[in-house]
Design a protein around this ligand. Structure first.
Ligand code: ATP
Length: 237
């Protein structure tokens, strides 16, 4: 397995509070890697640093040989590292189809864009049914799906997700994880940040456990799922 993204000794602070305290991790190409941990562990902060929205106090984020921590958020997206916007951050006054078109704004390959549009509609049939409708009329879960679909329209090399299951009913949570697995089967590398530890580790090839800004466990998703410490701390014993 070759690596596609590597974080080395990443530290991120808010003022004098160090939220991420020098973490290192690797994403293998074509795999789902999960970063799990409790509320406030520093998961979102890690993602914001990868996306370039927060500047690290130290450390690097390598995409192949490029240090993303030196690039603007815009250039990071162009280099292929795309974070799914929070479900609510879609453009509610535009149609679903227009939101998806916007996802492809950096691209010029019209034929491929049309193919990708068909693909994301097949992943999320509910979006296809309502393609001409306003995004604002979608339910919370459907908006989350649209946010994922829009990110896919950018043709990312690495897809970043911050708690895609948050606030969703159990049935929708399952649907989102099913689709993530399906997306991964096409070879897309996924970095999944989740508090839903069990579901995340079920679909992830590798996982890291973050506690108060430090990685305390790193293993295969399968092994973490059966690790007594993980079960005790995150799966209700
Ligand atoms: P959550 O699931 O709640 O988002 P998380 O693991 O993603 O948790 P972060 O949001 O990254 O955790 O927060 C890590 C730490 O940084 C927490 O102690 C949090 O209180 C602190 N923090 C987060 N955002 C800010 C901010 N804008 N200003 C100051 N402190 C912050």
């Amino acid at each position: 397995m070759s690596e596609i993204l590597r974080i080395t000794d990443l530290a991120v602070s808010y003022g004098h509070i160090e939220a991420v305290k020098g973490i290192s991790l690797t994403l293998n190409k074509g795999e789902i890697t999960a970063l799990v941990g409790a509320n406030g562990a520093g998961k979102s902060t890690t993602l914001l640093a990868i996306s370039g929205l927060l500047k690290p106090a130290r450390g690097q984020v390598w995409l192949d040989d490029v240090d993303l921590s030196q690039l603007s958020p815009h250039k990071i997206v162009r280099s292929g590292v795309v974070q799914v916007a929070e479900g609510r951050a879609i453009l509610t006054t535009l149609t679903i189809h227009e939101n998806l078109e916007l996802g492809a704004y950096t691209r010029r390959d019209k034929v491929q864009i049309a193919q990708d549009m068909d693909w994301v509609y097949s992943l999320f049939p509910v979006l296809k049914q309502r393609a001409g409708g306003l995004a604002g009329n979608l339910s919370g879960g459907e908006q989350q799906m649209l946010a994922i679909a829009r990110a896919l329209m950018a043709r990312p090399r690495v897809l970043l997700l911050d708690e895609p299951s948050m606030g969703l009913a159990p049935l929708l949570v399952r649907e989102i994880f099913r689709v993530l697995k399906e997306i991964n089967r096409t070879g897309l590398t996924i970095f999944l940040v989740e508090q839903n530890v069990r579901q995340a580790l079920r679909i992830a090839q590798h996982g890291y456990v973050l506690e108060t800004g430090k990685i305390v466990l790193a293993d295969s998703g399968e092994n973490l799922l059966h690790n007594p410490r993980v079960i005790q701390a995150y799966m209700g014993g």
